[in-house]
Design a protein around this ligand. Structure first.
Ligand SMILES: [Zn+2]
Length: 80
């Protein structure tokens, strides 16, 4: 099973993939309307907002957590 490189979500069915295209390495939530993958900043914003909503944290704390989560994902790994 493939996992989204940008958010870590498991992609089980075709509609989970960006543009419904199983060749993509990222999911429908990480794609812009035109099918391109979102930028780091865009993803950080949406992930932070999601954490604020689901965990009730303040935006700054949520942003730190989001950064920590994204660091572990292939799309955003720093270095090599
Ligand atoms: Zn994703």
């Amino acid at each position: 099973m493939k996992v989204c490189i940008a958010c870590g979500m498991p992609m089980k069915v075709q509609s989970d993939f960006a543009m419904g295209n199983p060749d993509k390495d990222y999911c429908v939530h990480c794609a812009r309307p035109d099918g391109e993958m979102q930028s780091y900043e865009e993803k950080l914003d949406s992930l932070s907002g999601f954490i604020v909503k689901t965990q009730g944290l303040d935006p700054q704390a949520a942003r730190k957590i989001a950064q920590g989560m994204m660091e572990k994902l292939p799309a955003w790994k720093k270095g090599d």
